[in-house]
Design a binder for this molecule. Structure first.
Ligand code: BES
Ligand code: MN
Ligand code: MN
Length: 456
C-alpha cells in the first residue's frame, strides 16, 4: 500500500488536471443542444480508461447516449468488481447564480467549482485514477469492469436494455458506485439505501385561449388557481401524502433501526443555517433523517402558467402545468405509484377544467445489505483511510439503475460516495473538495484489497 500512496502523491497534479479536462465538457444529457459535447465526453472517458490500463474499451451505442465499457480481467479465480458511474451532468441553469462559469472548473478555498464536479465526474473519475494507480504499481487484486453511462440524469432510459443484452459480460461479484454523499469528512459514512422515484407531469387546461382577467375573471375557472388547489390537496395537515394507497406496503423501520439511523451525527441547527430556513418541514412523527432516508415524499419540481414576463399583464391563463416527483421507499413500486397518482389527480379535477397527467421515468428504491463481504470491505477501507469507522446512513437521492443490477444481474451494490450533501448537486456552484477527490483515490484501492482478502 505504501507504493500506492507514493504513486498517488507523485501524480496528484496530473490527476487534477485530467479531472478539469473532463469537467470542461458540457455533457448535459437533458438538453439536445449539447449532444456533440456529450458524445465527445464519452470518447474522452474511453480514452482515459484505455490509458489507465483497461484491455477492452468500447463506446457502446444505445438508442440514446453511449455507454462506456472497459475491463481488465486478470484471473478468473479472483473476484470481479463492476464500477458504475455517469459522465452526464445536470443542466447548469440558472447561469446567473454561478460565481464562476459552470464548465470552467475553478478552485476556490480548496474546492473545485464546476457542474459535475461531485455528481458524478469527480467521483467516477476517482475510480479511473485508482485503477491506473493499482495497474501501475502492479497491485490490482481483483478483476475490474467499468460501465460509465451518459443518461443517468435523465432516467437511464437505455441502460436497462444494455444490461439485459450484456448479462454475461457484466457478470461481477459486486457493483461499486461513488455517486452518493458522506455526512462529513470528520464523520465518514456509507449510504445503505437509495430512494426510488416516480416522475410526473401535469397539465390543467381551462378556456381555449388566454382571457382578459377583468372581462372573464371570476366567471371562468383559472387553471393556475385550480392547479395550486389540486397540488395543495396532495398533503394533509400533518404533511402526509393524501393519494389513496400511496403508503400501502411501505416498510416501516424497527425501533432499533430508527435508533441507529438517528444516532448518526446530525445538527439540525446547522442544517437550517446552511439552507437559510427558520424551520424544517415534513411528515409528522418523523425526524429529518427519517423523512429523507426512509419515508416516501412528494415534491413539486416546477410550476408554471400564464404571464411570467416582466411587468404586469392582466390575463386569465388558458393552462397551467407542473412537474411533480415522488421519492419512494422499499415496499413501493414506481409504476404502481405513477398509476395511483394519475388516477387520483384526474379524479380530484373539477368539471371546469381538463387535466392531463403524463408519467416520465421512474425507478425502484434499493437497500444494501450490510452483512455482505463487499459492504465489509468498503467499511474497512473507509475506516483505514479516514481513521474512523463509517456510519451507515440512508440517502434520500435515487440511482434507479441500482435496483436493476440486482434484478437483472443478481448483483448487490455498495455505495461508497465521497460527496457532501452541501456540494450543491443539481444547484448553482456545484463543488467537490480536492481533498475528497484524493481521499477517494486513496480509499478505492483499499476497498479492492479488502474485497479480495475477504472473498478468499
Ligand atoms: N448522484 C445522484 C443521486 C444521489 C445524490 C444519491 C446524493 C444520493 C445522494 C444522481 O445523479 C441523481 O441526481 N439522481 C436523480 C435521479 C435521476 C432519475 C434523475 C435524483 O436523485 O433526482
Ligand atoms: Mn449522480
Ligand atoms: Mn444527479
Amino acid at each position: 500500500m505504501q507504493e500506492i500512496k507514493e504513486y498517488i502523491e507523485q501524480h496528484k497534479p496530473r490527476f487534477l488536471e485530467e479531472l478539469f479536462a473532463l469537467l470542461r465538457f458540457p455533457s448535459v444529457s437533458a438538453d439536445p443542444k449539447y449532444k456533440g459535447d456529450v458524445l465527445k465526453t464519452a470518447e474522452f472517458v474511453a480514452s482515459k480508461l484505455a490509458e489507465a490500463g483497461a484491455d477492452l474499451v468500447e463506446v457502446c451505442p444505445t438508442a440514446g447516449y453511449p455507454i462506456v465499457y472497459g475491463e481488465k480481467l486478470i484471473d478468473s479465480s479472483l473476484p470481479t468488481v463492476l464500477v458504475y458511474g455517469h459522465y452526464d451532468v445536470q443542466p447548469p441553469d440558472p447561469l446567473e447564480l454561478w460565481d464562476t462559469p459552470p464548465f470552467e472548473p475553478t478552485v476556490r478555498d480548496g474546492k473545485i467549482f464546476a457542474r459535475g464536479a461531485c455528481d458524478d465526474k469527480g467521483q467516477f473519475y476517482m475510480h479511473i485514477k485508482a485503477f491506473e494507480t493499482m495497474m501501475s504499481t502492479q497491485q490490482l487484486p481483483c478483476n475490474i469492469k467499468f460501465m460509465i453511462e451518459g443518461e443517468e440524469e435523465v432516467g437511464s432510459d437505455n441502460l436497462g436494455q444494455f444490461v439485459k443484452d450484456n448479462k454475461a459480460r457484466l457478470q461481477a461479484d459486486v457493483v461499486l458506485i461513488s455517486d452518493t454523499s458522506m455526512i462529513s469528512m470528520e464523520n465518514p459514512s456509507l449510504e445503505t439505501g437509495l430512494r426510488g422515484l416516480a416522475y410526473m407531469e401535469v397539465e390543467v387546461v381551462g378556456p381555449n385561449r388566454d382571457l382578459h382577467s377583468g372581462v372573464y375573471g371570476g366567471a371562468v375557472a383559472n387553471p393556475a388557481t385550480i392547479l395550486c388547489q389540486m397540488i395543495a390537496s396532495l398533503h394533509d395537515e400533518n404533511n402526509h401524502v393524501t393519494i389513496p394507497g400511496f403508503y400501502d406496503g411501505v416498510i416501516e423501520l424497527s425501533d432499533a433501526e430508527k435508533q441507529a439511523l438517528n444516532a448518526a451525527p446530525f445538527d439540525l441547527d446547522e442544517y437550517k443555517k446552511d439552507l437559510a430556513v427558520d424551520d424544517v418541514w415534513g411528515e409528522k412523527g418523523y425526524s429529518t433523517l427519517e423523512r429523507t432516508g426512509t419515508r416516501p415524499t412528494l415534491e413539486v419540481n416546477g410550476i408554471w402558467g400564464g404571464y411570467t414576463g416582466p411587468g404586469a399583464k392582466t390575463v386569465l391563463p388558458s393552462k397551467a402545468e407542473a412537474k411533480i416527483s415522488m421519492r419512494l421507499v422499499p415496499g413501493q413500486d414506481w409504476q404502481r405509484i405513477s398509476d395511483l397518482f394519475k388516477n387520483h389527480f384526474e379524479s380530484i379535477a373539477p368539471k371546469s377544467v381538463k387535466v392531463k397527467v403524463t408519467a416520465h421515468h421512474g425507478g425502484m428504491p434499493y437497500v444494501t445489505p450490510v452483512d455482505s463481504v463487499a459492504f465489509k470491505a468498503a467499511f474497512k477501507a473507509i475506516e483505514e483511510s479516514f481513521g474512523k469507522a463509517p456510519v451507515p446512513t440512508r440517502g434520500g437521492g435515487s440511482i434507479p439503475i441500482v435496483a436493476l443490477f440486482e434484478q437483472e444481474l443478481n448483483i448487490k451494490t455498495v455505495l461508497m460516495g465521497f460527496g457532501l450533501d452541501s456540494d450543491n448537486l443539481h444547484s448553482p456552484n456545484e463543488k467537490y473538495d480536492i481533498y475528497n477527490y484524493y481521499k477517494g483515490i486513496e480509499t478505492i484501492p483499499l476497498f479492492f484489497k479488502h474485497f479480495a482478502d475477504l472473498s478468499k
